[in-house]
Design a protein around this ligand. Structure first.
Ligand SMILES: [Zn+2]
Ligand SMILES: [Zn+2]
Length: 362
């Protein structure tokens, strides 16, 4: 087996559609000695020739990022220089951390950072998406209440990066600790986004009512990915001659074939010799989640079947369950499906076959 080096140990990234550490030049797969575009720092090139060749395509999004970076730097300098007044204490990155939005002088900074995330997400590279995720997570730390709805796109970004375990931990936190009636978002002593290595195999519970549509869609995507991984694991190792495969042999296969990173830390699952009950449970969970999303907004699954209708749609104010809500959620989640064709095909076929709709009408 000759796998390319794995960023942060996540080989599964090579099984997803997002460009990872390769030159963005036309049909170029060079991975070594890449240079970063100096203006946006979000794309990589093998050399000046491919940078020039890519320029016509890249120019407008590059300029938007460059402008957004400059604006953010300016707003950050202003905020750091804030002398302290009736609206906000001085040195807000220490004194006001977690509560930025209610303090008016911090808002232009938060808006500038949001704008940088939006411009980065025009670029389909691991470098850009990873940076967008880092900004998003840091913005949540700066403003826990998340007045800008950053949280609804975070799980999809994790999924695009092949970081499914963290996606699950993030979603579960919102469905449990953050979703509790008495959780005090203003108390910085409270645990915040503190779940790690939660059990992705556990059944979907009724706490799903606490999640927004973007998170529900991402949870569906995640369970489908896991289901596919276990299906192929079973197909590969639950057959004569393979049942006695060692853990290391299985892991080698997983590194090459798995879509998600979940199994890297789940020796208990990998070491099994059959997975029938797990597959049954996961299949049920996927179907439950498909219905939950469909019930929350019946326009979401159809949108994945006709992405061209939503690709250019601008987010507008919306009511829950409305077609307008999809403009926003589609934007936040589409690439987590498009970059993982096997799961996209499943939900498209389920929708085409009338899943969900049947349940609603029965
Ligand atoms: Zn650039
Ligand atoms: Zn190149």
């Amino acid at each position: 087996m000759d796998l390319p080096p794995a960023p942060n140990g996540l080989w599964n990234r090579w099984n997803l559609g997002l460009h990872w550490g390769t030159c963005s030049g036309p049909n170029c797969h060079v991975r070594e000695n890449l240079l970063r575009c100096g203006a946006c720092r979000a794309v990589l090139y093998c050399g000046a020739a491919h940078q020039r060749a890519h320029r016509p395509v890249h120019k407008s999004s590059c300029n938007l990022i460059k402008t957004a970076r400059a604006k953010l730097a300016e707003e950050e300098a202003t905020l750091r220089a804030h002398p302290g007044d009736e609206f906000m204490e001085a040195n807000p990155f220490e004194t006001t951390r977690g509560m930025f939005w209610p303090h008016l002088p911090a808002r232009p900074y938060m808006q500038a950072r949001f704008e940088l995330i939006s411009t980065l997400l025009n670029i389909k590279t691991g470098t850009a998406v990873e940076e967008a995720l880092e900004h998003s997570l840091e913005m949540l730390q700066l403003n826990r209440r998340d007045n800008q709805s950053i949280r609804s796109h975070v799980p999809a970004l994790y999924l695009r990066l092949g970081r499914e375990q963290e996606a699950y931990d993030f979603i579960k936190w919102h469905a449990t600790i953050g979703g509790a009636d008495d959780y005090d978002w203003g108390d910085m002593e409270n645990p915040f986004l503190n779940l790690h290595d939660e059990d992705v195999f556990e059944p979907v519970t009724d706490t799903k009512e606490l999640l927004d549509l973007g998170m529900l869609a991402s949870l569906t995507n995640l369970k489908l990915r896991l289901n596919l991984d276990i299906q192929s694991l079973e197909k590969q190792f639950n057959k004569p001659g393979k049942r006695n495969a060692t853990y290391d042999e299985k892991m080698e296969w997983i590194r090459e074939h798995a879509i998600c990173d979940i199994l890297y830390k789940r020796r208990d699952i990998v070491e099994r010799s059959e997975w029938t009950d797990i597959l049954k449970s996961l299949q049920e969970q996927c179907e439950v989640m498909f219905d939950v999303v469909d019930e929350r907004n019946k326009h979401y699954w159809p949108a994945l079947r006709s992405p061209e209708r939503y690709a250019a749609a601008m987010p507008v104010p919306y009511a829950m369950g409305s077609p307008q809500e999809i403009n926003w959620v589609f934007r936040n989640t589409w690439y987590s499906w498009a970059e993982c064709p096997p799961v996209l095909e499943i939900v498209k076929s389920w929708h085409a076959a009338g899943k969900g709709r049947n349940r609603r009408s029965s």
